[in-house]
Ligand binder design. Sequence first.
Ligand code: MSP
Length: 649
Amino acid sequence: MKFYVTTPIYYVNAEPTVGSAYSTIAADVLARYHRLRGEDVLFATGTDENAQKNVRAAEERGLDPMAFVGEMAEQFRREWLGLNIEFDDFVRTTEERHHRAVQAFFEALYKSGDLYLGKYEGWYCVSDETFFREEELIDGNCPNPECGKKVEWIAEPVYFFRFSKYGDRLLEYIERNPGFLLPEFRRNEVVNFIRGGLRDSCVTRHSSWGVPMPSSIPDSDGMVVYVWTDALVNYLTCAGYPDDRERFERYWPADVHIMAKDIFTRFHATLWPAMLMAAGLPLPKRVVAHGWWTVGGEKISKSGGGVVPRPGPVLDMVMAETGCTRERALDALRYYMLREVPFGQDGEFSGEGLLGRYADDLANDLGNLLHRVLPMIARYRKGRIPKTSVPDPDLHRAARDAASGWERAAKTLDFRSGLEAIWSFLAAGNRFIDRKAPWALAKSGDEEALDRVLYSAVEAIRIAALLVAPVMPSTADEIESQLGFRDWQRSWAQAHEWGLVPAGQQIGRPTPLFPRQDQGGNAAAKVAASPDTSRSKEMPVISIKEFQKIDLRVGEVIGAEAVSGADKLLKLTVSIGDEQRTMVAGIATAYEPGDLVGKKVVVVANLEPATIRGVRSEGMILAGWVEGDEKSIAMVTPDRDLPNGARVT
Ligand code: MSP
């Protein structure tokens, strides 16, 4: 059995956001689940580098495009590794192997007779890398409501793909293969799009940036393949097309292509299958569109304006608010994104939502189960797992139901339902302990009954760790280690078995999985306030009135100390005139507490207080930094001496 899953390949015009992380996390979860099932998984992701918008982004920064895309691709790769994404292949569309694949694919298209030379006259949006008809434009601009940017007039000889010919075949294919396009409501959108009539699609551009058309195709001098066509072929490149026949036969067709809704109907659900039909290649088995993550109702976009939550600062916020490790914060983010909204729907990304899930589902339901049981094993059984062979039938059934629930949901990428099934099982586990009251059994001296209850509870925890492993891999490792497993080989089949924890196994050191602190902090504000230079140019315009709502004051640092357990935070006492305030500032990478006393700073005096690492913070100190370089943090300080409390306007 093989399983080939893909994410879109990302434009490298700006750094990844939690939005781009969403598709990648979803694909990683599926890949991990299928690996647990023992399947031969190919999980491919990568970067879409041949777009004009990447060149523009490089030019804006005064950089050489090739050097720029290389550097950005590396950033994406590192970001995914940091999010515990276990991809098997990372393709860059500037790679030689991809050029080979695109050219071979175009030769196949040409042979099919469905490529013809024509002239394109029309509008092009560089931001969306999409051609539009005059009547599609809105006020002469790009009709995509998320874009609305100026379009450019293009008039050049190009190759067209005879897309119009494939309408009926596509409709028939969609009809015959109900699981091909998901979710279902999007399938109807695609059907309507096709019924509205497909226009032949322009598949080349005149440019020096991109994959050159194969020289065997006549009159294609100076032409490169249109970036969308080139990008879609990446799915073949990763499967070994065209040279590695063995790999290609093994992995193609892909089992699942994952992407957001905006690139579904026009590209992945119609153009791509039609081109594959023309080239005589099998179609992917599933093409699945998820929704958009938004902030304030606006799509989170790499290069867009407004607040751009990026994974790093979001994880920092979770760590600061809860005191958990980076690994747990990451698993909380992965869990939150898949649990919070049904795959396919839009969702509003919020720090409060994430911390809410952390507190209720992770610390409470999952963490509690572990932390109730392990101390009892330590206390009543000297830390050794008791021996018994009788499973609790209800709990055993609940475990099997949860495993089957996840399996069903994974087929249609319904992650939310899959996690709900697992969480019903965790609730059953917690109820089991309430009902059986092992502490009462210990008191009454019913040793056999106590063994049975403790063993069943431990089994439930083992299965829970396995079930959550695709979504929260490091948490599963930690739970298993606390259960005393060393080098345990997980496999999905173990979710249906009972009695795998060896009797007599010595449990590990119980440590809080998802530690809790005051949850009342202003998480949304902190996600929004994460330092981020890349969005500065495109911040929304605000009125003077809105600006005046911010009470900026000159303050003087009169005390500074480290915050225990947080190497980036300092606790400062700041005098702002008549008042002294405590403020927690993430500046410890750049300042020693001793450097700060006596320094004049600028503070936001009317920021909603938040509790960070147990310290109540009553304001924010302004500082700038070069993104990614924590040593560059520099506090804002008045140019001349001003009294404490003086207003800054
Ligand atoms: N390069 C094309 C895709 C080519 S695939 C053959 C592209 N790139 S992109 O950088 O704009 O990334 C698009 C993908 O990033 C979306 O399809 C989606 O998977 C993910 N997302 C980017 N922002 C997102 C949200 N705000 N919410 C959800 N997904 C997001 O289009």
